[in-house]
Design a binder for this molecule. Structure first.
Ligand code: NAI
Length: 327
């Protein structure tokens, strides 16, 4: 099977090439450009395309792929909101994805954000580089015996709950379903979680119902001096209300790996752009806010799992096997 791989980064190539030794029937050609109607014509002669969250897998692209005889889209990510599934179905194009790759990668990043924001590592790092070893502005709190509130206890939320438990925290959670593996967690209502937690970490998917879950109303219900971490989706938090809360000194610290302004080009190097009017830039102006670049998933183990599952999906398709990863 020949796969044309779009939007290749060096780390993608390395991780897929490492796996290829175990998949003798598969060949991959890597393209830097992303999948879009114009670049889809390049897939002529290939059996499959490999795409990502940033790819345009809409109607037009799928029609071009169909016209060039390509009927398999391998998404190397969990999300597929950028795929026009109706058109794919109509054209007989199958779409397979990687539903979960390393919940611990994201949970560890969430705890890192909580710790770094709490102990002001971002400030301390800069101060020490300037030869300033004073402790002013660096005081944090102990996590031990504090209350962690986990919103969403699926794969990632459960991993975060275990980490918090390991820190000696009391772990409470809110979810529409309870996770039976978390016998140390007490499930409570969202209001109770908001009012009791010293650390709130968001791990639910973004849906129509929970869009702007964290807004003026819910922020007011939180404890003063709470630490908030969001590694899920930017739309869970209403940024303007968050900024209002920061100004009102509601938060001890905030760690964000995702933010409302994230667009398809979130993984691009945008260091030469001036983001002066963006709400992300406004958030960055507060000393108790740490922001990372949607990198929660970005570990060697997670990338290995992504490449392995993507190639397994290709094999399943070739063998005509049904796959739970099909969307
Ligand atoms: P999952 O599907 O295993 O768990 C999600 C949990 O959230 C489920 O238990 C579900 O019942 C619960 N839930 C749904 N709606 C809810 C609501 N309104 N309130 C409370 N709980 C609710 O998903 P997983 O793998 O744990 O991923 C969670 C989220 O993490 C993803 O949806 C994604 O947005 C984000 N993510 C972030 C990454 C990063 O790099 N920062 C990487 C991968 C995922």
């Amino acid at each position: 099977m020949k796969i044309l791989f779009y939007d290749t980064k060096n780390y993608d190539r390395e991780s897929f090439n490492k796996q290829l030794a175990n998949y003798p029937g598969i060949e991959i050609d890597y393209l830097k450009g992303d999948l879009a109607p114009k670049s889809a014509v390049m897939a002529e002669g290939y059996d499959a395309v490999c795409a990502f969250v940033s790819s345009d897998v809409g109607k037009e692209t799928l029609e071009v792929l169909d016209a060039h005889g390509v009927h398999l889209v391998l998404m190397r990510c969990a999300g597929f909101n950028n795929v026009d599934l109706e058109t794919a179905k109509r054209l007989g194009i199958r779409v397979l994805r990687v539903p979960g790759y390393s919940p611990e990668a994201v949970a560890e990043h969430a705890m890192m954000l909580a710790l770094a924001a709490n102990r002001h590592v971002h400030k301390s790092y800069v101060k020490v580089r300037e030869n300033d070893f004073s402790l002013g502005g660096l005081m944090g709190i102990n996590f031990y015996q504090k209350t962690a509130g986990i919103v969403g206890t699926g794969k990632i939320g459960a991993a975060m709950a275990r980490i918090c438990h390991g820190f000696g925290m009391n772990v409470i959670a809110y979810d529409v379903y309870q996770n039976p593996s978390l016998d140390f967690v007490k499930y409570v209502s969202l209001d109770e979680l908001l009012s009791r937690s010293d650390l709130i970490s968001l791990h639910c998917p973004l849906t129509e119902e929970n869009y702007h879950l964290i807004c003026r109303d819910t922020i007011q219900k939180m404890k003063d001096g709470v630490i908030l971490v969001n590694t899920s989706r930017g739309g869970l938090v209403k940024t303007d209300d968050l900024i209002e809360g920061i100004r009102a000194r509601k938060f001890f610290a905030i760690g964000l790996d995702v933010y409302e302004e994230e667009t398809a080009n979130v993984f691009e190097d945008r260091s030469d752009e001036i983001l002066e009017h963006s709400t992300t830039a406004r958030l960055l102006s507060f000393p108790n806010v740490i922001i990372t670049s949607h990198q929660g998933f970005f570990t060697e183990e997670a990338l290995a799992a992504i490449s392995q599952t993507t190639l397994d999906n290709a094999v399943a398709y070739e063998k005509g096997e049904a796959s739970p990863n099909e969307v």
